[in-house]
Design a protein around this ligand. Structure first.
Ligand SMILES: Nc1nc2c(ncn2[C@@H]2O[C@H](COP(=O)(O)OP(=O)(O)O)[C@@H](O)[C@H]2O)c(=O)[nH]1
Ligand SMILES: [Mg+2]
Length: 451
């Protein structure tokens, strides 16, 4: 071994460094890198509380699948279509081995399975077999196939005859602008040439706008031997078994053409589109889940406050002062919105909100509101009912505090340009006071009676 060599290398490097400072040019992140980053970000978003995360299990699983797919540089080719159309047979014929089990019986493939096929440039081609969709198989199966199709790059939609209305419907559901769908008319051995050209014409027409005409192809993935009956001049019949060759060349050709044409962009594009869609979907779901969790918090605390006051009436003017529960509610809400606040900050926010409510109500708070509460809530004024009315009012006050605080958190802990006064005003005006009071009374009376 020549020991000088490493030293020469170091020397050369040192010399080059001393002449020009060597700053490694940072490789520009590729589209796929960016997508990967945003997907990973999605998974670790700390603003999403654990309770909401649990309910996003399916979405997160899909995100994780896409991350795996990108990290392993996979091109996904998935067979999709009704049971027994020959999906498993087609994939076997493509990869050249009996990987997926097939059967003349309905529904041989029970779960989704996949296997590596070939390499295409740097990509690993993975074929995915699905149980198949039909009317009798359960929703869950369909869901699973749809989810897999969503992150697939090439979909082989397999049929063994003309397209039915429900198949067309499915096709429309899974079709996305950047997923390549190859419509495969399998079992072509069962048809005459004329029948095949009629079928191809019909398939192409029905899928216009969804599938490119050159993506409609035929195959015989597992043809059955045919019996040829010959009759000679004397009328004697002879039977001859003709084996038909497996033929999936058109499907293969289309897959290669697609990869050749836009293999590099296909996976990156699909992934980034899907990433965008799933993050929108997650965002919407988070918003919805948060809103309902927040609503539960607000109602729970409003009832607690209402009952507390009903059992231990305090002057209306003091409602705003007995604010312990409201502070606790606001802290809970801040957690729901992933922007937790504690201690002083929570008290300060509660005071700010209560000040807005007090200012808005002013004199009205004491007189009009109470009388309207009494009117809506009680006909005669038995003690229970008066207590109920006061309780309802307390409920209403806390409810307002909750709704206003929610708005503050939705805006990312800010009142925005409007300022707290306007935000509070809009919310008070937007709520149906009477129905809240009626709801409050019902909730409170129910609990008073049960005590
Ligand atoms: N005649 C004919 N039969 C086929 C062909 N491809 C598949 N089959 C048969 O159709 C049945 C269902 O095939 P399978 O691959 O299990 O369908 P899958 O449910 O869609 O996966 C099996 O009996 C296959 O042998 C084909 O090209 N021609
Ligand atoms: Mg199958």
């Amino acid at each position: 071994m020549d020991l000088r060599k490493p030293w020469q290398k170091i020397w050369r490097k040192w010399r080059s460094k001393s002449t020009k400072p060597e700053i490694e040019p940072k490789a520009k992140p590729s589209a796929t890198d960016k997508t990967l980053d945003s997907l990973k970000e999605l998974l670790k978003d700390e603003h999403i509380p654990a309770t909401v995360r649990v309910q996003l299990k399916d979405e997160y699983q899909q995100v994780q699948q896409l991350i795996d797919k990108l990290e392993n540089q996979q091109v996904h080719i998935i067979a999709f279509g009704k049971v027994s159309s020959g999906k498993s047979s087609l994939l076997n014929a493509l990869i050249g081995k009996q990987q997926f089990s097939t059967s003349p019986l309905h529904g041989e493939t029970k779960t989704q399975q996949s296997t590596e096929w070939n390499k295409y440039q740097d990509h690993n081609m993975v074929v995915i077999d699905t149980p198949g969709t039909d009317e009798v198989a359960g929703e869950a199966r369909q869901q699973m196939a749809h989810k897999a199709a969503e992150i697939a790059d090439i979909i082989l939609f397999v049929v063994d005859g003309d397209l039915t209305q429900s198949q067309l419907q499915q096709l429309k559901q899974i079709a996305q602008p950047n997923t390549q769908i190859i419509l495969v008319l399998n079992k072509s051995d069962l048809y005459t040439d004329d029948e095949i050209s009629d079928l191809l014409e019909s398939l192409t027409n029905k899928t216009k706008g969804i599938i490119q005409a050159n993506n409609v192809v035929i195959s015989s993935a597992a043809p059955i031997p045919q019996l040829l009956i010959k009759e000679d001049a004397s009328g004697k019949q002879t039977r001859e078994k003709i084996t038909v060759k497996v033929d999936v060349t058109q499907v293969k050709q289309r897959i290669w053409d697609i990869l050749e044409q836009d293999g590099k962009t296909l996976t990156a594009l699909n992934a980034s589109i899907f990433a965008g869609e799933i993050s929108d979907k997650i965002a919407k779901k988070v918003t919805k889940l948060r809103a309902s969790a927040a609503d539960k918090v607000v109602t729970t605390y409003s009832i607690a406050k209402g009952i507390g006051v009903a059992f231990n009436p305090i002057p209306v003017a003091d409602l705003l002062i007995a604010a312990g529960l409201d502070v606790a509610m606001i802290r809970k809400l801040s957690q729901v919105y992933g922007l937790p606040i504690v201690g002083k900050e929570a008290s300060k926010l509660t005071i700010t909100i209560m000040a807005q409510i007090a200012a808005l109500m002013g004199a009205v708070w004491g007189i009009n509101l109470l009388s309207s509460a009494l009117k809506t809530v009680s006909a005669g004024l038995s003690t229970t009912l008066t207590a109920g009315a006061q309780g309802a009012l307390a409920y209403y006050a806390t409810y307002l505090v909750g709704k206003i605080a929610e708005e503050y958190f939705i805006r990312g802990k800010s009142w925005g340009e409007k300022g707290p006064k306007q935000v509070a005003k809009d919310i008070v005006n937007g709520l149906d006071k009477n129905s809240i009071l009626i709801e409050a009374r019902e909730q409170i009376l129910e609990r008073i009676k049960s005590k």
